[in-house]
Write a protein that binds this ligand. Sequence first.
Ligand code: PRX
Length: 630
Amino acid sequence: MNSNKLNGEVYYPSEEVISKAHIKDWEQLNEFATNNYEKFWEDLANELHWFKKWDKVLDDSNKPFFKWFTGGITNISYNCLDVHTKTHRRNKLALIWEGENGDTKTYSYFALHRETCKFANILKSLGVQKGDRVTIYMGRVPEIVIAMLACARIGAIHSVVYGGFSVESLAERIEDSNSKVLIVADGAYQRGKIVPLKQIADEALQRCGTVEHVLVVKRTGQEVNMEFGRDMWLHELMNLPVASRECSLEKMDAEDPLFILYTSGTTGKPKAILHTHGGYMVGTYASLKYVFDIHEEDRYWCAADPGWITGHSYIVYGPLLNGATSFLYEGAPNFPYPNRWWAMIEKYGINILYTAPTAIRGLMRFGEAWVNRHDLSSLRLLGSVGEPINPEAWKWYYKVVGKEKCPIMDTWWQTETGMFMITPMPCVPLKPGSGTRPFPGIQMDVVDENGNSVKANEEGFLVIKTPWPSMIRTVWNDDERYINQYWSKYPGMYLTGDSVRRDEDGYYWIIGRVDDVIKVSGYRLGTAEIESALVSHPAVAEAAAIGLPHEIKGNAIYTFVILKNGFTKSTQLIEELRQHVSHEVGPIAKPESIEIVDSLPKTRSGKIMRRVLKARALGQDPGNISTLEE
Ligand code: PRX
């Protein structure tokens, strides 16, 4: 493809950007990766440390249970920390942290390694062994990073639950993963208030019986309940001899589990996506290096939360594997004022900013003046993730934040993919609203109901046709769900759950989810989670949740509820139901609206037809309703 002849509105990278970039010719790299797929990944794997090299790069003998770098022995935590402490990066900053209240902390690679070893020794002393699951429930504080790296060091499987989730979400994730240890903070600062994480955890622990030990990180300092024999303060243990600075690490098979991360799917309970030490490490390392073009002197900021995949791959593992300096901010973007982000970019000299469209739209609302008060000239690259970015927000980000000199890396990927799958690189011409093309070598397609490729510019289902190193290995404890969800609709193709359009230049334009997943402010929620929270309230007989377009959040949750006999509609009850969902699932799931109805549109077999509810709310034609019950 000749990049000089692209259709539509195109932004070409400057000579300056290209001259600095690791990859100057995307077409050439893509051609190499396509024709030498395994060699491409093998070369990248060779840039990392292995205690023993692999026998095979890709093992596809048992599809769709693909394996990567089989026979290889490594440890991702070793590659994130130990490797750098043996080089010029020993005293380089690995992590810079700013709390919402202005507290700051910095960790060199040496210090992060030391803290990780100490933490890992505490976990060992609690009996945590290779393969055990550890649940982590915290805000954006350095200890969340350290806890993850400590688990990885000793081969424990971490399961991070986002701090914005609440009682039932936490309880079911602890129970499903059968975690014996929970690492929690007393609280988290969010928009000047304290989120009482420990209190939420206490309530969750009453609903599930697996946890034996709770490690509590002191952050917000309010009084919390400490159950004797179960709960311990981390800072106290860190001062005891048990928290030695020497901690032998577990040598991990490339295919050994690294973490599970729960995410919402089409139906039922959230499922735990399993990622491994070897392939995940290679995928996150390489994708960050090429896409955000990490250089030694960069200060990189991914403003996501470590509790979601973006944070796992691109706050914790990707940056540390690259020996980068990563910035972590605890609080809200507009606290105490809407210039908070811009002030921190200026203060720390951030070069790369990676965030979500919802945050951009939210900050855009406050106007340019807040941005223009600050010197943002350190910025070189910008990024976007989580949902489609509307061209208006893209242009604001490009012009007002990036001053028309920073390309925007609009990266499409998923919890399941582990790494960027459709993404530009700095040298690639951009079209606002498109993530451009698949990562080099990865074959994707847009197909119709029968799995046939559709024509350019037609809408279809997004599928992936080649395996990739950081791909989901399975759904934790549920191989069948893994097969059914991702591989059963079209044989040999991974089903993403997104609908998409591909233009005549091969650029992909994501339209949105085609299943029962709702993206609210970039967060992934399932209709089933919201509905089951609603029906757990004594007044509710049945409930249905849908997502409707929202100017800032992308989508907002609208719900329809049938009350049980004896309950009557009132504003008070509706507010109580909204609070109930917030308490059970989390504030992010709180419905925008709850409409009390007498009936719900259902198929004859009793399935709620959310499509019909959505069409009705939007005043659109509901399409085929032949299966609708009388
Ligand atoms: O619908 C797509 C949307 O987010 C979904 C994956 O959500 P999750 O697993 O939570 O991971 C989010 C962060 C990687 C996708 O199926 N999505 C993600 N990135 C983009 C996007 N939609 C449009 N453009 C993106 N850049």
